[in-house]
Design a protein. Structure first.
Length: 157
């Protein structure tokens, strides 16, 4: 795991073993980035279709229960599904504007926002030695914080 010095951004990987039917074990791994928002945003899940697996659906939305789906499309044609509780749907839709969608479409990631934190999930580990990752990740963090109510420019890391 790599953590920004002020702990506002963390990049890591998750590994586990899923035990299924008849004890069949399947390894599970994915990359993640946690971004502290500095304020409270509406909770939602943005599922990028570009990173779904052909085998098992691979959609992070498989874990979503009674949230309402909204279909969105980035300028490059990438498709997303925004999952939000009915009470948060309008705020979440306003948060995920076309500029943010276009930024997220640059890499195959899902986005989950839980109050004061955002999580980017990738089906592959984040290539931390890729020099293009860090400017993109900082741009995503800045874009998310700019959309978060109650964040002053002085509060941003």
């Amino acid at each position: 795991m790599l953590r920004w010095p002020d702990r506002s951004i963390e990049v890591g990987e998750y590994h586990a073993t899923d035990v299924g039917y008849r004890g069949i074990e399947s390894p599970v791994s994915f990359g993640y980035a946690r971004i502290a928002l500095g304020g409270s945003a509406p909770p939602f899940l943005l599922d990028a279709k570009s990173n779904n697996s052909m085998i098992d659906g691979g959609s992070i939305a498989g874990f979503v229960d009674m949230r309402e789906p909204t279909r969105l499309r980035a300028a490059n044609g990438d498709r997303f599904t925004l999952w939000a509780w009915k009470r948060d749907g309008e705020r979440a839709a306003a948060f995920v504007d076309s500029e943010l969608l276009d930024l997220l479409a640059e890499r195959p990631v899902d986005l989950e926002v839980l109050g004061a934190e955002a999580f980017l999930y990738s089906p592959r580990l984040f290539p931390v030695t890729d020099p293009g990752l860090w400017p993109w990740l900082l741009s995503v963090a800045e874009a998310l914080r700019a959309r978060t109510p109650g964040v002053s420019p002085q509060a941003l890391p």
